[in-house]
Design a protein around this ligand. Structure first.
Ligand SMILES: NC(=O)c1ccc[n+]([C@@H]2O[C@H](COP(=O)([O-])OP(=O)(O)OC[C@H]3O[C@@H](n4cnc5c(N)ncnc54)[C@H](OP(=O)(O)O)[C@@H]3O)[C@@H](O)[C@H]2O)c1
Length: 313
């Protein structure tokens, strides 16, 4: 008999969700993926779900508009991992997450819930700038609902997804490395933390059955991936054998660039500001009630930034 928890992934066809499904299957968990009827004619999503089924996952039909279907889905598993999209772009996703918390509370059988966080720790970002703080405020609303309902949980702070922050050498508005010129934030020496999204998923799945992580925040801080923007640019220059022209952008000018941007752009500028000027990912020690993933699982070989960037050469 499989002693590993049965895991339901919600948002399993999304960017991090699909990696969570793969990691759950790879770690040998009976894996369930929520299939929402609302996906309608989205053939790519359907095919992705069917490919999970082929690999051994069970697809469970449920809708956020049908509380009983959610309860039925949750009652089939031990653990729920949510990977619902970032709340700030579609604020009714907050409601969706709260519906999920409600159903988990009522079902009463879930021994671990991982809410959709996977970024900066919202608890530490409570004094952050408008409008970017919406991301953290809404994640804190979900945390409060979880804690009020006394649902066993773990919060995952995954720092910078490499696909969004490393592949582009941390340039906004692009996902590929610049060819000639790169913007450097301030002195470029503030340390940030980069994590391959597949590694985020693997660490998350390791965490769900680990008693050391119950009701704690787990930070994913792979030590060799704690680097400054200048160090990242140097890695890239070494890989390509080409120097980039560097232009410094100071904090005030960077923040002023928000003007005229759409809401998502403004939220992005705020987040970049906190990461690259304030050092919000690295300016604190991990303390009581908190753990660090690479220390918990030292045997796991995480992807180094150098390896990650090779694919872009
Ligand atoms: N640290 C970082 O750098 C970083 C970067 C990006 C995201 N994140 C975080 O990672 C988490 C997941 O983000 P993501 O980019 O992976 O999300 P995503 O791909 O945009 O979406 C994930 C899933 O959310 C579900 N969803 C969207 N709208 C919904 C609705 N109205 N009702 C129900 N379900 C809905 C869909 O699930 P179905 O599969 O059911 O269709 C979708 O596949 C977020 O908390 C985000 O803040 C962190």
């Amino acid at each position: 008999m499989n002693s590993k928890s049965r895991i339901l992934v919600v948002g399993g066809s999304g960017y991090i969700g699909k990696r969570l499904v793969k990691a759950s299957l790879a770690e040998g968990h009976p894996t369930y993926v929520l299939q929402r009827p609302e996906k309608g004619l989205d053939i790519d999503k359907l095919q992705l779900l069917l490919s999970f089924k082929k690999q051994g996952a069970r697809l469970v039909e449920a809708s956020f508009d049908d509380h009983h279907s959610l309860l039925d889905a949750i009652r089939q598993v031990d653990v729920v991992v949510s990977a619902i999209s970032g709340v700030h772009f579609r604020s009714h996703n907050l409601l969706v997450q709260l519906k999920l918390v409600d159903a988990i509370k009522e079902a009463g059988n879930i021994k671990r819930f991982i809410p959709s966080e996977f970024g900066m720790d919202p608890f530490r970002m409570q004094n952050s700038l408008e409008p970017g703080r919406v991301t953290f405020d809404e994640k804190m609303v979900v945390r409060k609902a979880i804690e009020d309902a006394a649902i066993p949980c773990t919060y995952i702070s995954a720092n910078c997804f490499a696909g969004y922050f490393a592949g582009n050498l941390s340039q906004m508005g692009t996902l590929i490395p610049p060819k000639d010129k790169v913007l450097v934030y301030g002195d470029g020496n503030t340390k940030a933390i980069y994590v391959d999204e597949d590694d985020v998923a693997t660490y998350t799945i390791k965490i769900v059955d680990d008693p050391r992580t119950l009701n704690k925040t787990v930070y994913i801080r792979p030590p060799e991936n704690i680097i400054s923007q200048r160090e990242m640019i140097s890695i890239w220059e070494e890989l390509t054998g080409k120097k980039l022209s560097k232009t410094t952008i100071y904090a005030e000018e960077f923040l002023a660039s928000m003007k005229g941007m759409d809401y998502a752009g403004q939220v992005g500028v705020c987040h970049f500001y906190h990461i690259y000027y304030e050092g919000c990912l690295t300016n604190f020690e991990i303390g009581e009630g908190e753990e660090e993933a690479s220390k918990l699982y030292p045997e796991f070989k995480y992807t180094r930034v150098h390896e990650y960037l090779k694919i872009y050469v």
